[in-house]
Write a protein of this length. Structure first.
Length: 503
């Protein structure tokens, strides 16, 4: 089709975006329903509908007419607003992504991932890496090839990193992780040698019904608008969003682990606040919602750790928690509670790691991925390399591959280059805290009164309201200047030295 004006092309563009969005919305609601409310035998019916919807969505996105439309709009860029320009850029990216990988390879890879998932599960259950090894070899091979399609100019691993967090490179990560490792390895060793914190009271019996009351109390404490955000129960906690009036968070209650759901709700609450505070003007456009996984984790981990595990916030919260669990917390005071939820201990499993040791798990995965991609590590040697790094960095022995290199599902899903954004988000959060304190002065007296509004306003003003207008690295730079891991290292050193009386 020939376009007569930018206005006409934009109207066609908006209609296409609106259609794709509607299919994504419907599929998202179905996925949410599947993990929260749908009965066990609903999978077949849902699968049929899902297949139809996803095919229509694919055809809408891959429509060759999109290419002509995008080319027209790109050649009339001067007539577009900043938001429209960004929308065209994001649409172009999605469109090219679909076309970059030859169809036959794409299909073969999907089949491989499907088979790999089952083999990974089997290998993990049997704690036998050799079952998964040939599949991972193929996955790494495909990712090397895809990296060239993504960006032939870049080193393969850089091209993959860029797919998950725009602008992220090995150069940035080498500096970041190098500094982190130098500081954290000795700090973790000191914490390990210090007297352990007794957190045994956290494993007493905490009925799920009472924990649910705590979840709503926490949502109120975070000032999450329940007319725009609801809570459900799932196997693994997550956040999903459709627009800034419809955000869902989930949690999982373990009756012998009080801190588990408590901190899941605060973590997912941080994701939710980011989505809820995106400016209305981006709703229903391609710019809607948080911009990247790294920025998103910076918000969730800020709420979970920097705020949620801080002494001032807990001095506000603890009496309320104790009211809900008077018997279980009878002999526990605020100080003990604070120490227990911050207890650090080198452990085998990333998802259960504490704030101090968490990033070491990510560094280990990063170093291994980098070597798998540049060919200096063969997949068959992965378990040995994994175990050696756990010994060197965390001082623990890995008993088997189940607790070792088979623990995460990411690689079997083809996600190589995804892990670093978890650590990056944590460090972004610490630097945001420093910027916030520079702007607002001492934020903590109000936090200890349960008032988080100044913190949230700062985050909204510098991060949340922009939704996906800027690339993540640019958004961060605008908010905080150049990224510097020093803030995160200082934050951890200070917090854990105090907690464990290391000085
Ligand atoms: Zn998260």
């Amino acid at each position: 089709m020939n376009y007569e004006s930018a206005a006409q092309a934009l109207s066609s563009f908006d209609k296409r975006v609106e259609q794709m969005r509607a299919y994504s919305h419907a599929m998202g609601v179905m996925a949410l329903d599947a993990s929260t409310a749908a009965p066990r035998l609903s999978a077949e019916g849902r699968g049929r509908t899902y297949a139809v919807l996803s095919q229509v969505r694919y055809e809408l996105m891959a429509d060759p007419e999109n290419g002509a439309l995008l080319a027209y709009l790109e050649s009339h860029e001067a007539e577009l607003s900043q938001i429209q320009k960004r929308a065209v850029q994001l649409f172009r990216r999605q469109y090219e992504q679909l076309r970059r990988i030859p169809m036959a390879e794409y299909v073969d890879y999907e089949v491989l991932l499907n088979d790999s998932q089952a083999k990974w599960e089997e290998a993990k259950n049997k704690a036998d890496f050799s079952i998964f090894q040939p599949y991972l070899e193929k996955i790494v091979g495909y990712n090397r090839k895809f990296a060239v399609y993504y960006d032939a100019e870049k080193a393969p691993y850089d091209a993959l990193l860029n797919e998950y967090e725009r602008g992220l490179t090995m150069e940035t990560l080498d500096k970041f992780f190098g500094a982190l490792k130098d500081a954290l390895v000795p700090l973790i060793a000191k914490v390990k040698a210090a007297p352990a914190i007794d957190s045994s009271f956290l494993s007493r019996f905490y009925p799920a019904s009472q924990q649910e009351k705590l979840s709503y109390l926490l949502m109120d404490a975070l000032d999450i608008d329940k007319d725009r955000c609801t809570l459900a129960e799932t196997e693994h906690p997550f956040t999903t969003e459709f627009n800034n009036h419809d955000v869902r968070i989930t949690t999982h209650y373990y009756e012998n682990a009080l801190a588990s759901s408590m901190y899941s709700v605060i973590h997912e609450g941080g994701h939710a606040i980011y989505e809820l505070d995106c400016d209305d003007r981006y709703n229903y456009t391609l710019l809607s919602g948080g911009v990247s996984m790294g920025i998103h984790e910076s918000q969730s981990r800020f709420y979970e750790n920097i705020l949620g595990r801080s002494r001032p916030f807990l001095s506000y919260l603890f009496p309320k928690v104790k009211e809900l669990f008077p018997e279980q917390l009878q002999d526990v005071d605020e100080e003990l509670f604070y120490r227990a939820v911050n207890k650090a201990e080198p452990s085998l499993v990333r998802t259960e790691a504490d704030e101090l040791t968490y990033c070491m798990h990510i560094i280990i995965r990063y170093e291994l991925e980098k070597r798998l991609l540049d060919g200096s590590l063969a997949v068959r040697d992965l378990p040995e390399a994994w175990n050696r790094l756990y010994r060197d960095y965390l001082g623990i022995d890995v008993p088997n591959d189940k607790a070792g290199c088979l623990q995460d599902s990411h690689w079997s899903n083809g996600l190589i280059g995804y892990f670093p954004s978890y650590a990056l988000g944590s460090a972004y959060g610490a630097q945001m805290l420093a910027c916030m304190e520079r702007d607002l002065g001492d934020i903590w007296p109000r936090v200890s009164q349960g008032d988080l509004s100044h913190v949230r306003s700062w985050l909204k003003e510098h991060i949340h309201k922009y939704a996906s207008l800027y690339e993540p690295d640019e958004l961060f730079r605008r908010a905080c200047g150049e990224f510097d891991p020093k803030y995160y290292i200082d934050y951890l050193e200070e917090k854990y030295s105090r907690l464990y009386n290391l000085k």
